[in-house]
Write a protein that binds this ligand. Structure first.
Ligand SMILES: [Zn+2]
Ligand SMILES: [Zn+2]
Length: 174
């Protein structure tokens, strides 16, 4: 099953199917660990409009923002799209009020074909966390020598601030 839906097919029956990766997942940019998996449902709601709802989950591996160690993250997306065949210009305004529903994404299609893969990819990017941390208390990398301060404390700090030893030395020199 290619992940494209034709309006024609939907006029015969509603669609319900599993999400799988037939090439839409951007593996070059995001490391995939598990999935993607999920479900897509689509119904024809009038001759030129299809409503698509879905849930998708997958496991990805992203680098920690502070120390760059890989972190496994489960992503879950729930989404709905209103897909309209025809340009925005010929939309007669009957959708104006519904526009306030921010949850609903609206897509205008040049052809009566819905690209499920493109939808899933968009949802994947929307589901990515804005901040990735291996641990809330991650100490990150030393800005001077690049050592991972979680496992490998370096000497850089002690040269910039007075260490207890230098204080002792000053005392003993009196
Ligand atoms: Zn980290
Ligand atoms: Zn250092």
């Amino acid at each position: 099953m290619a992940m494209k839906l034709l309006f024609n097919e939907l006029s015969q029956s509603d669609y319900s199917g599993r999400i799988h990766n037939d090439g839409w997942f951007p593996v070059a940019e995001i490391e995939l660990v598990e999935g993607p998996d999920g479900r897509i449902n689509a119904i024809l709601a009038g001759g030129d409009t299809v409503l698509v709802t879905g849930t998708m989950n997958c496991g990805v591996r992203l680098p920690c923002d502070r120390c760059c160690e890989p972190v496994n993250i489960d992503l879950i997306a729930e989404f709905s799209y209103e897909c309209i065949f025809g340009s925005e210009d010929i939309d007669d305004g009957r959708h104006e009020k519904e526009c306030r529903e921010e949850e609903l994404n609206r897509i205008y299609l040049e052809e009566p074909v819905i690209d499920i893969g493109a939808m899933c990819r968009e949802q994947l990017y929307l589901a990515l966390p804005s901040r990735v941390l291996c641990d809330e208390s991650c100490k990150g990398l030393c800005p001077r020598c690049g050592a991972d301060l979680n496992s490998d404390p370096c000497e850089c700090e002690s040269t910039t601030s007075a260490s207890p030893f230098s204080v002792l030395r000053q005392l003993s020199e009196r």
